[in-house]
Ligand binder design. Structure first.
Ligand SMILES: Cc1ncc(COP(=O)(O)O)c(C=O)c1O
Length: 506
Protein backbone atom coordinates (compact mmCIF):
# COMPACT_ATOMS: atom_id res chain seq x y z
CA UNK A 1 0.00 0.00 0.00
CA UNK A 2 1.26 3.48 -0.85
CA UNK A 3 1.27 5.11 2.59
CA UNK A 4 2.59 8.37 1.20
CA UNK A 5 -0.46 8.71 -1.05
CA UNK A 6 -2.72 7.98 1.91
CA UNK A 7 -1.01 10.58 4.06
CA UNK A 8 -0.60 13.28 1.45
CA UNK A 9 -4.37 13.87 1.70
CA UNK A 10 -3.89 15.23 5.23
CA UNK A 11 -4.41 19.00 5.25
CA UNK A 12 -3.07 20.96 8.18
CA UNK A 13 -4.01 24.50 8.95
CA UNK A 14 -1.58 26.58 10.96
CA UNK A 15 -4.20 29.30 11.37
CA UNK A 16 -6.31 27.06 13.61
CA UNK A 17 -5.90 27.28 17.34
CA UNK A 18 -5.51 23.50 17.48
CA UNK A 19 -1.74 22.76 17.48
CA UNK A 20 -0.41 21.09 14.35
CA UNK A 21 0.73 17.95 16.15
CA UNK A 22 -2.85 17.43 17.42
CA UNK A 23 -4.19 17.96 13.90
CA UNK A 24 -1.82 15.18 12.76
CA UNK A 25 -2.91 12.95 15.65
CA UNK A 26 -6.57 13.47 14.75
CA UNK A 27 -6.02 12.72 11.07
CA UNK A 28 -3.93 9.60 11.75
CA UNK A 29 -6.38 8.34 14.38
CA UNK A 30 -9.23 8.51 11.89
CA UNK A 31 -7.16 6.61 9.31
CA UNK A 32 -6.14 3.96 11.84
CA UNK A 33 -9.67 3.54 13.11
CA UNK A 34 -11.25 3.19 9.68
CA UNK A 35 -8.42 0.82 8.66
CA UNK A 36 -7.12 3.06 5.89
CA UNK A 37 -3.91 2.44 7.80
CA UNK A 38 -4.32 -1.24 8.71
CA UNK A 39 -2.69 -2.90 11.72
CA UNK A 40 1.01 -3.47 11.12
CA UNK A 41 1.42 -0.66 8.54
CA UNK A 42 4.70 1.14 8.84
CA UNK A 43 4.34 4.90 9.18
CA UNK A 44 6.87 7.10 7.38
CA UNK A 45 9.99 8.07 9.32
CA UNK A 46 9.58 11.36 11.20
CA UNK A 47 11.77 13.32 8.82
CA UNK A 48 9.86 12.06 5.77
CA UNK A 49 6.43 12.83 7.24
CA UNK A 50 7.57 16.28 8.32
CA UNK A 51 8.65 16.96 4.73
CA UNK A 52 5.40 15.58 3.33
CA UNK A 53 3.21 17.69 5.63
CA UNK A 54 5.43 20.77 5.67
CA UNK A 55 5.91 20.82 9.46
CA UNK A 56 8.90 20.57 11.76
CA UNK A 57 10.27 17.17 12.76
CA UNK A 58 9.48 17.99 16.39
CA UNK A 59 5.82 18.33 15.44
CA UNK A 60 5.81 14.81 13.97
CA UNK A 61 7.73 13.43 16.97
CA UNK A 62 5.11 14.93 19.29
CA UNK A 63 2.30 13.48 17.20
CA UNK A 64 3.85 9.98 17.10
CA UNK A 65 4.46 10.00 20.86
CA UNK A 66 0.87 10.94 21.59
CA UNK A 67 -0.37 8.20 19.26
CA UNK A 68 1.92 5.75 21.05
CA UNK A 69 0.65 6.92 24.43
CA UNK A 70 -2.87 6.20 23.18
CA UNK A 71 -1.83 2.72 22.07
CA UNK A 72 -2.54 3.36 18.41
CA UNK A 73 1.06 2.93 17.21
CA UNK A 74 4.20 1.37 18.60
CA UNK A 75 7.82 2.23 17.96
CA UNK A 76 10.39 -0.48 17.42
CA UNK A 77 13.88 0.84 17.94
CA UNK A 78 15.82 0.71 14.70
CA UNK A 79 12.76 -0.36 12.67
CA UNK A 80 10.31 2.55 12.83
CA UNK A 81 6.74 3.33 13.88
CA UNK A 82 3.95 0.82 13.19
CA UNK A 83 0.18 0.83 13.55
CA UNK A 84 -0.57 -1.33 16.58
CA UNK A 85 -1.94 -4.76 15.91
CA UNK A 86 -4.91 -4.17 18.17
CA UNK A 87 -5.86 -0.52 17.88
CA UNK A 88 -8.66 0.82 20.05
CA UNK A 89 -11.98 -0.88 19.31
CA UNK A 90 -13.34 0.50 16.06
CA UNK A 91 -16.25 -1.69 15.18
CA UNK A 92 -14.96 -1.73 11.60
CA UNK A 93 -15.77 -5.08 10.02
CA UNK A 94 -13.27 -4.85 7.15
CA UNK A 95 -9.68 -4.25 8.18
CA UNK A 96 -8.23 -4.77 4.71
CA UNK A 97 -10.04 -2.19 2.60
CA UNK A 98 -8.11 1.07 2.12
CA UNK A 99 -11.29 3.13 1.94
CA UNK A 100 -9.69 6.56 2.10
CA UNK A 101 -7.68 5.80 -1.03
CA UNK A 102 -10.79 4.75 -2.94
CA UNK A 103 -12.95 7.76 -2.16
CA UNK A 104 -13.13 10.78 -4.48
CA UNK A 105 -11.32 13.77 -2.99
CA UNK A 106 -13.68 15.32 -0.48
CA UNK A 107 -13.65 18.23 1.89
CA UNK A 108 -12.89 17.50 5.51
CA UNK A 109 -12.79 20.37 7.97
CA UNK A 110 -9.88 19.71 10.34
CA UNK A 111 -12.09 20.59 13.27
CA UNK A 112 -15.02 18.42 12.36
CA UNK A 113 -13.89 15.07 13.73
CA UNK A 114 -12.81 16.62 17.03
CA UNK A 115 -16.02 18.52 17.29
CA UNK A 116 -18.10 15.48 16.49
CA UNK A 117 -16.53 13.61 19.39
CA UNK A 118 -16.77 16.47 21.88
CA UNK A 119 -20.17 17.75 20.87
CA UNK A 120 -22.06 14.73 22.06
CA UNK A 121 -25.79 14.18 21.87
CA UNK A 122 -27.34 17.22 23.56
CA UNK A 123 -29.52 15.22 25.88
CA UNK A 124 -27.12 12.39 26.74
CA UNK A 125 -25.89 11.69 30.29
CA UNK A 126 -24.91 14.55 32.56
CA UNK A 127 -23.23 16.64 29.89
CA UNK A 128 -25.11 19.84 29.23
CA UNK A 129 -24.64 20.39 25.53
CA UNK A 130 -25.31 23.86 24.25
CA UNK A 131 -23.70 22.83 20.97
CA UNK A 132 -26.28 21.30 18.65
CA UNK A 133 -28.81 23.77 17.27
CA UNK A 134 -31.93 21.80 17.94
CA UNK A 135 -35.25 22.29 19.64
CA UNK A 136 -35.92 20.72 23.03
CA UNK A 137 -37.26 17.18 22.44
CA UNK A 138 -39.71 17.90 25.27
CA UNK A 139 -41.43 20.31 22.87
CA UNK A 140 -41.72 17.87 19.99
CA UNK A 141 -45.47 18.00 19.35
CA UNK A 142 -46.12 14.27 19.69
CA UNK A 143 -49.80 14.66 20.65
CA UNK A 144 -50.36 16.97 17.74
CA UNK A 145 -48.84 14.44 15.31
CA UNK A 146 -51.07 11.67 16.75
CA UNK A 147 -54.15 13.83 16.39
CA UNK A 148 -53.25 14.84 12.82
CA UNK A 149 -52.65 11.25 11.78
CA UNK A 150 -55.88 10.18 13.44
CA UNK A 151 -57.82 12.84 11.62
CA UNK A 152 -56.48 11.46 8.30
CA UNK A 153 -56.83 7.77 9.09
CA UNK A 154 -60.16 7.21 7.35
CA UNK A 155 -59.43 9.32 4.30
CA UNK A 156 -55.93 7.99 3.66
CA UNK A 157 -55.50 7.51 -0.08
CA UNK A 158 -53.27 4.48 -0.65
CA UNK A 159 -51.97 6.11 -3.83
CA UNK A 160 -50.33 8.67 -1.55
CA UNK A 161 -48.13 5.93 -0.13
CA UNK A 162 -46.68 4.91 -3.50
CA UNK A 163 -44.13 6.88 -5.47
CA UNK A 164 -45.12 10.51 -5.87
CA UNK A 165 -43.74 13.42 -7.91
CA UNK A 166 -40.14 14.37 -7.16
CA UNK A 167 -41.27 17.97 -6.60
CA UNK A 168 -43.30 16.78 -3.59
CA UNK A 169 -46.78 15.76 -2.45
CA UNK A 170 -48.99 18.16 -4.39
CA UNK A 171 -51.36 18.96 -1.48
CA UNK A 172 -48.31 19.91 0.63
CA UNK A 173 -46.85 22.07 -2.16
CA UNK A 174 -50.24 23.81 -2.32
CA UNK A 175 -50.47 24.28 1.43
CA UNK A 176 -46.88 25.56 1.72
CA UNK A 177 -47.52 27.99 -1.16
CA UNK A 178 -50.72 29.25 0.52
CA UNK A 179 -49.01 29.54 3.92
CA UNK A 180 -45.97 31.38 2.51
CA UNK A 181 -48.30 33.70 0.57
CA UNK A 182 -50.13 34.51 3.81
CA UNK A 183 -46.72 35.38 5.32
CA UNK A 184 -46.11 37.81 2.45
CA UNK A 185 -43.87 35.59 0.29
CA UNK A 186 -46.31 35.13 -2.58
CA UNK A 187 -45.91 31.64 -4.04
CA UNK A 188 -47.69 29.24 -6.37
CA UNK A 189 -47.34 25.42 -5.95
CA UNK A 190 -45.10 25.23 -9.07
CA UNK A 191 -42.64 27.49 -7.27
CA UNK A 192 -42.31 25.08 -4.33
CA UNK A 193 -40.02 22.05 -4.21
CA UNK A 194 -40.32 19.82 -1.14
CA UNK A 195 -36.87 18.70 0.01
CA UNK A 196 -35.50 16.37 2.68
CA UNK A 197 -34.45 19.19 5.01
CA UNK A 198 -33.09 22.56 4.00
CA UNK A 199 -29.61 21.02 3.90
CA UNK A 200 -30.76 19.04 0.88
CA UNK A 201 -32.18 22.21 -0.64
CA UNK A 202 -28.79 23.83 -0.28
CA UNK A 203 -27.05 20.79 -1.72
CA UNK A 204 -29.34 20.76 -4.79
CA UNK A 205 -28.81 24.47 -5.36
CA UNK A 206 -25.04 24.06 -5.18
CA UNK A 207 -25.22 21.05 -7.49
CA UNK A 208 -27.31 23.00 -9.99
CA UNK A 209 -25.34 26.26 -9.98
CA UNK A 210 -21.76 25.68 -8.94
CA UNK A 211 -18.83 24.41 -10.94
CA UNK A 212 -15.34 24.14 -9.44
CA UNK A 213 -13.68 27.59 -9.09
CA UNK A 214 -16.96 29.52 -9.27
CA UNK A 215 -17.16 32.39 -6.78
CA UNK A 216 -19.83 32.61 -4.09
CA UNK A 217 -20.31 35.36 -1.49
CA UNK A 218 -20.98 34.31 2.11
CA UNK A 219 -21.40 36.19 5.34
CA UNK A 220 -18.53 35.58 7.70
CA UNK A 221 -19.20 33.87 10.07
CA UNK A 222 -21.92 31.71 8.55
CA UNK A 223 -23.61 28.30 8.73
CA UNK A 224 -21.02 25.51 8.77
CA UNK A 225 -23.15 23.22 6.55
CA UNK A 226 -23.10 25.87 3.81
CA UNK A 227 -19.32 26.26 3.98
CA UNK A 228 -18.91 22.49 3.75
CA UNK A 229 -21.23 21.91 0.81
CA UNK A 230 -19.74 24.83 -1.13
CA UNK A 231 -16.15 23.81 -0.47
CA UNK A 232 -16.94 20.23 -1.45
CA UNK A 233 -18.21 21.58 -4.78
CA UNK A 234 -14.93 23.45 -5.31
CA UNK A 235 -16.46 26.94 -4.97
CA UNK A 236 -14.23 29.88 -4.13
CA UNK A 237 -15.64 31.67 -1.12
CA UNK A 238 -15.74 35.45 -0.86
CA UNK A 239 -16.33 36.33 2.77
CA UNK A 240 -18.37 39.34 3.72
CA UNK A 241 -17.77 40.43 7.32
CA UNK A 242 -21.12 40.37 9.09
CA UNK A 243 -20.37 42.58 12.07
CA UNK A 244 -23.87 43.94 12.44
CA UNK A 245 -24.17 45.98 9.27
CA UNK A 246 -23.69 44.53 5.78
CA UNK A 247 -20.63 46.01 4.14
CA UNK A 248 -22.27 46.78 0.83
CA UNK A 249 -19.19 48.51 -0.52
CA UNK A 250 -17.16 45.29 -0.28
CA UNK A 251 -20.22 43.45 -1.59
CA UNK A 252 -20.41 45.55 -4.73
CA UNK A 253 -16.68 45.30 -5.21
CA UNK A 254 -17.02 41.49 -5.13
CA UNK A 255 -19.84 41.65 -7.68
CA UNK A 256 -17.84 43.71 -10.13
CA UNK A 257 -14.49 42.02 -9.62
CA UNK A 258 -15.50 38.35 -9.40
CA UNK A 259 -18.96 37.93 -10.94
CA UNK A 260 -20.03 35.49 -8.20
CA UNK A 261 -22.71 32.87 -8.86
CA UNK A 262 -24.73 33.80 -5.78
CA UNK A 263 -24.84 35.34 -2.33
CA UNK A 264 -25.76 32.89 0.46
CA UNK A 265 -27.31 34.62 3.46
CA UNK A 266 -29.50 34.23 6.53
CA UNK A 267 -31.26 37.55 6.96
CA UNK A 268 -33.17 36.53 10.10
CA UNK A 269 -31.50 35.45 13.37
CA UNK A 270 -28.40 34.29 11.61
CA UNK A 271 -26.67 31.04 12.57
CA UNK A 272 -24.34 31.50 14.47
CA UNK A 273 -24.58 35.20 15.47
CA UNK A 274 -28.35 35.57 15.90
CA UNK A 275 -28.18 38.87 13.97
CA UNK A 276 -30.97 40.31 11.85
CA UNK A 277 -30.28 42.19 8.62
CA UNK A 278 -31.81 45.67 8.82
CA UNK A 279 -34.59 46.65 6.45
CA UNK A 280 -32.42 49.29 4.79
CA UNK A 281 -29.62 46.74 4.20
CA UNK A 282 -32.16 44.34 2.71
CA UNK A 283 -33.49 47.00 0.36
CA UNK A 284 -30.02 48.09 -0.72
CA UNK A 285 -28.94 44.46 -1.17
CA UNK A 286 -31.92 43.77 -3.43
CA UNK A 287 -31.22 46.94 -5.40
CA UNK A 288 -27.60 45.90 -6.01
CA UNK A 289 -28.46 42.29 -6.73
CA UNK A 290 -31.15 43.33 -9.22
CA UNK A 291 -28.72 45.67 -10.97
CA UNK A 292 -26.09 42.91 -11.29
CA UNK A 293 -28.57 40.06 -11.82
CA UNK A 294 -27.12 38.27 -8.83
CA UNK A 295 -28.95 35.26 -7.39
CA UNK A 296 -29.53 35.43 -3.63
CA UNK A 297 -29.95 32.24 -1.59
CA UNK A 298 -31.97 33.17 1.49
CA UNK A 299 -31.66 30.34 4.01
CA UNK A 300 -34.43 30.83 6.53
CA UNK A 301 -34.83 28.26 9.31
CA UNK A 302 -35.36 30.81 12.09
CA UNK A 303 -37.59 33.75 11.03
CA UNK A 304 -40.67 32.37 12.82
CA UNK A 305 -38.76 31.97 16.10
CA UNK A 306 -38.84 35.60 17.21
CA UNK A 307 -39.06 36.73 20.83
CA UNK A 308 -39.96 40.39 20.32
CA UNK A 309 -41.25 41.83 17.08
CA UNK A 310 -41.11 39.73 13.90
CA UNK A 311 -38.09 40.44 11.67
CA UNK A 312 -38.41 42.85 8.69
CA UNK A 313 -39.85 41.54 5.40
CA UNK A 314 -37.78 38.71 3.95
CA UNK A 315 -35.53 39.16 0.93
CA UNK A 316 -37.99 36.98 -0.98
CA UNK A 317 -40.76 39.45 -0.14
CA UNK A 318 -38.61 42.39 -1.23
CA UNK A 319 -37.42 40.64 -4.41
CA UNK A 320 -38.04 42.93 -7.39
CA UNK A 321 -36.28 40.86 -10.07
CA UNK A 322 -37.16 37.20 -9.34
CA UNK A 323 -33.60 36.35 -8.27
CA UNK A 324 -34.15 35.29 -4.66
CA UNK A 325 -34.24 31.56 -3.87
CA UNK A 326 -35.78 31.03 -0.45
CA UNK A 327 -35.17 27.87 1.61
CA UNK A 328 -37.41 26.94 4.54
CA UNK A 329 -37.57 24.01 6.95
CA UNK A 330 -39.70 22.46 9.68
CA UNK A 331 -36.59 21.26 11.55
CA UNK A 332 -36.37 24.12 14.03
CA UNK A 333 -40.06 24.96 14.40
CA UNK A 334 -41.28 21.35 14.77
CA UNK A 335 -38.51 18.74 14.90
CA UNK A 336 -35.40 17.91 12.88
CA UNK A 337 -36.22 14.22 12.31
CA UNK A 338 -39.07 15.21 9.99
CA UNK A 339 -36.34 15.95 7.44
CA UNK A 340 -38.70 18.15 5.51
CA UNK A 341 -38.09 21.58 4.10
CA UNK A 342 -38.86 23.44 0.90
CA UNK A 343 -37.29 25.64 -1.75
CA UNK A 344 -39.34 28.55 -3.06
CA UNK A 345 -38.00 29.87 -6.36
CA UNK A 346 -38.91 30.66 -9.95
CA UNK A 347 -40.41 27.63 -11.74
CA UNK A 348 -37.34 27.02 -14.02
CA UNK A 349 -35.14 26.81 -10.91
CA UNK A 350 -37.55 24.38 -9.27
CA UNK A 351 -37.52 22.18 -12.40
CA UNK A 352 -33.71 22.09 -12.45
CA UNK A 353 -33.47 21.32 -8.74
CA UNK A 354 -36.08 18.57 -9.09
CA UNK A 355 -33.94 16.95 -11.80
CA UNK A 356 -30.98 16.90 -9.42
CA UNK A 357 -33.17 15.63 -6.60
CA UNK A 358 -34.30 12.70 -8.71
CA UNK A 359 -30.70 11.47 -8.76
CA UNK A 360 -30.57 11.61 -4.97
CA UNK A 361 -33.83 10.25 -3.55
CA UNK A 362 -36.72 10.27 -6.09
CA UNK A 363 -38.84 12.23 -3.60
CA UNK A 364 -39.01 13.11 0.09
CA UNK A 365 -40.82 10.91 2.59
CA UNK A 366 -44.59 10.65 1.93
CA UNK A 367 -45.74 10.27 5.54
CA UNK A 368 -43.85 13.34 6.75
CA UNK A 369 -45.34 15.29 3.83
CA UNK A 370 -48.82 14.04 4.59
CA UNK A 371 -48.49 15.01 8.26
CA UNK A 372 -47.15 18.46 7.41
CA UNK A 373 -49.88 19.08 4.87
CA UNK A 374 -52.51 18.25 7.51
CA UNK A 375 -50.65 20.39 10.03
CA UNK A 376 -50.75 23.44 7.75
CA UNK A 377 -54.30 22.74 6.58
CA UNK A 378 -55.57 22.58 10.17
CA UNK A 379 -53.38 25.50 11.26
CA UNK A 380 -51.79 23.38 13.99
CA UNK A 381 -48.42 25.13 13.59
CA UNK A 382 -49.71 28.48 14.91
CA UNK A 383 -50.40 27.41 18.53
CA UNK A 384 -47.22 25.33 18.58
CA UNK A 385 -45.17 28.33 17.46
CA UNK A 386 -46.78 30.52 20.10
CA UNK A 387 -45.77 27.98 22.76
CA UNK A 388 -42.14 27.54 21.66
CA UNK A 389 -41.64 31.29 21.22
CA UNK A 390 -42.83 31.83 24.79
CA UNK A 391 -40.60 29.08 26.19
CA UNK A 392 -37.46 29.87 24.16
CA UNK A 393 -37.72 33.52 25.13
CA UNK A 394 -37.59 32.49 28.81
CA UNK A 395 -34.60 30.26 28.09
CA UNK A 396 -32.76 32.94 26.14
CA UNK A 397 -33.29 35.35 29.04
CA UNK A 398 -32.13 32.75 31.57
CA UNK A 399 -28.96 32.07 29.57
CA UNK A 400 -28.28 35.80 29.15
CA UNK A 401 -28.72 36.43 32.89
CA UNK A 402 -26.44 33.51 33.76
CA UNK A 403 -23.74 34.75 31.36
CA UNK A 404 -23.84 38.19 32.98
CA UNK A 405 -23.59 36.55 36.40
CA UNK A 406 -20.96 33.86 35.79
CA UNK A 407 -18.97 34.84 32.68
CA UNK A 408 -18.63 38.59 32.78
CA UNK A 409 -16.27 40.28 31.92
CA UNK A 410 -14.41 37.40 30.21
CA UNK A 411 -17.26 36.90 27.76
CA UNK A 412 -19.89 39.23 26.38
CA UNK A 413 -22.66 38.81 23.81
CA UNK A 414 -25.52 40.54 22.01
CA UNK A 415 -29.00 39.51 23.02
CA UNK A 416 -30.43 37.72 19.94
CA UNK A 417 -34.03 38.75 19.27
CA UNK A 418 -34.85 35.31 17.87
CA UNK A 419 -33.46 31.99 16.67
CA UNK A 420 -31.69 29.50 18.90
CA UNK A 421 -28.26 30.97 19.63
CA UNK A 422 -26.27 33.44 21.66
CA UNK A 423 -22.90 34.33 20.16
CA UNK A 424 -20.35 34.81 22.92
CA UNK A 425 -17.25 36.96 22.41
CA UNK A 426 -14.27 35.93 24.55
CA UNK A 427 -11.38 38.08 25.67
CA UNK A 428 -8.52 37.52 23.19
CA UNK A 429 -6.42 35.53 25.68
CA UNK A 430 -8.90 32.65 25.53
CA UNK A 431 -8.99 30.24 22.62
CA UNK A 432 -12.40 28.58 22.12
CA UNK A 433 -10.90 25.14 21.43
CA UNK A 434 -8.91 25.30 24.69
CA UNK A 435 -12.06 26.42 26.46
CA UNK A 436 -13.97 23.51 24.91
CA UNK A 437 -11.42 21.02 26.19
CA UNK A 438 -11.72 22.49 29.68
CA UNK A 439 -15.52 22.64 29.36
CA UNK A 440 -15.71 18.95 28.38
CA UNK A 441 -14.07 18.00 31.68
CA UNK A 442 -16.77 19.98 33.50
CA UNK A 443 -19.61 18.36 31.55
CA UNK A 444 -20.63 21.07 29.08
CA UNK A 445 -20.15 21.72 25.39
CA UNK A 446 -20.69 24.42 22.77
CA UNK A 447 -19.38 25.08 19.27
CA UNK A 448 -16.11 27.05 18.96
CA UNK A 449 -16.43 30.02 16.62
CA UNK A 450 -13.71 28.76 14.24
CA UNK A 451 -16.23 26.29 12.83
CA UNK A 452 -18.27 29.08 11.27
CA UNK A 453 -15.48 30.76 9.34
CA UNK A 454 -14.28 29.66 5.93
CA UNK A 455 -10.53 29.67 5.28
CA UNK A 456 -9.72 28.57 8.86
CA UNK A 457 -9.92 31.98 10.50
CA UNK A 458 -9.08 32.01 14.20
CA UNK A 459 -12.04 33.19 16.21
CA UNK A 460 -12.49 34.22 19.83
CA UNK A 461 -16.18 33.49 19.77
CA UNK A 462 -18.41 30.60 20.75
CA UNK A 463 -21.96 29.59 19.81
CA UNK A 464 -24.32 28.62 22.60
CA UNK A 465 -27.73 27.11 21.84
CA UNK A 466 -30.31 28.12 24.45
CA UNK A 467 -33.25 26.08 23.15
CA UNK A 468 -32.45 22.52 24.13
CA UNK A 469 -32.50 22.70 27.97
CA UNK A 470 -34.78 24.26 30.55
CA UNK A 471 -33.79 27.39 32.45
CA UNK A 472 -32.38 25.60 35.46
CA UNK A 473 -30.13 23.36 33.41
CA UNK A 474 -29.02 26.27 31.23
CA UNK A 475 -28.03 28.28 34.31
CA UNK A 476 -26.07 25.30 35.61
CA UNK A 477 -24.41 24.91 32.18
CA UNK A 478 -23.37 28.57 32.14
CA UNK A 479 -22.16 28.35 35.75
CA UNK A 480 -19.87 25.51 34.63
CA UNK A 481 -18.83 27.58 31.61
CA UNK A 482 -17.82 30.37 34.00
CA UNK A 483 -15.57 27.88 35.83
CA UNK A 484 -14.08 26.69 32.53
CA UNK A 485 -13.45 30.30 31.51
CA UNK A 486 -11.68 31.01 34.79
CA UNK A 487 -9.50 27.88 34.44
CA UNK A 488 -8.67 28.56 30.77
CA UNK A 489 -7.96 32.23 31.49
CA UNK A 490 -5.59 31.29 34.33
CA UNK A 491 -3.75 28.79 32.10
CA UNK A 492 -3.49 31.38 29.31
CA UNK A 493 -2.04 33.92 31.75
CA UNK A 494 0.77 31.57 32.78
CA UNK A 495 1.69 30.36 29.28
CA UNK A 496 2.60 32.36 26.21
CA UNK A 497 0.51 31.45 23.21
CA UNK A 498 2.86 30.17 20.47
CA UNK A 499 1.02 32.19 17.84
CA UNK A 500 1.25 35.39 19.86
CA UNK A 501 4.97 34.83 20.46
CA UNK A 502 5.55 34.33 16.74
CA UNK A 503 7.23 30.98 17.32
CA UNK A 504 6.47 27.96 15.14
CA UNK A 505 3.34 26.14 16.25
CA UNK A 506 4.14 22.56 17.11
C1 LIG B 1 -28.86 28.05 8.48
C2 LIG B 1 -29.20 26.60 8.43
N1 LIG B 1 -29.49 26.03 7.25
C3 LIG B 1 -29.80 24.74 7.16
C4 LIG B 1 -29.84 23.94 8.28
C5 LIG B 1 -30.19 22.49 8.11
O1 LIG B 1 -31.52 22.29 8.46
P1 LIG B 1 -32.37 21.00 8.04
O2 LIG B 1 -32.54 20.20 9.27
O3 LIG B 1 -33.66 21.55 7.53
O4 LIG B 1 -31.63 20.29 6.96
C6 LIG B 1 -29.54 24.48 9.53
C7 LIG B 1 -29.52 23.65 10.72
O5 LIG B 1 -28.96 23.98 11.74
C8 LIG B 1 -29.22 25.86 9.60
O6 LIG B 1 -28.93 26.44 10.77
Amino acid sequence: MDITKTLSGIHLNAALSLPLYLQIVTALTVKIQDCTLPAGSKLPPERELSRLLGVSRTTVINAYSLLEERGLVSTRVGSGTFVSSEPAATGSPSPTMPWEQLFTPGYKAPLSSIMRSIIASPTADDTISMAAGMPDPAFYPVDMIHALLDSRRHSLDLADLGLIATEGYLPLRRSIAAWQSRLGKTASPEQILVVSGSQQGLFLIVKSFIEPRDYVILESPTYLGAIQVLEAAGARLLCLPSAGKLDLEIFEDYLIRYRPKFFYTMADFQNPTGRVMSLSDRQELIRLAARHRLTIIEDDPYSLLYYGSPPPPSLKQLDTYGGVIHIGTFSKTLFPGLRTGWVHAAAPVINRLAQEKQYVDLHSHNLAQLILHTCLEEDALTPHLAKVRREYKKRRNAMAAAIRKYCSPTMDFDLAEGGLYLWGRLTPAILPTELLRQAATLGISFVPGDAFYAHGAVSHEIRLCFATHDEERLSEGIRRLGRALAATGAAAATSVSPAAAGRPII
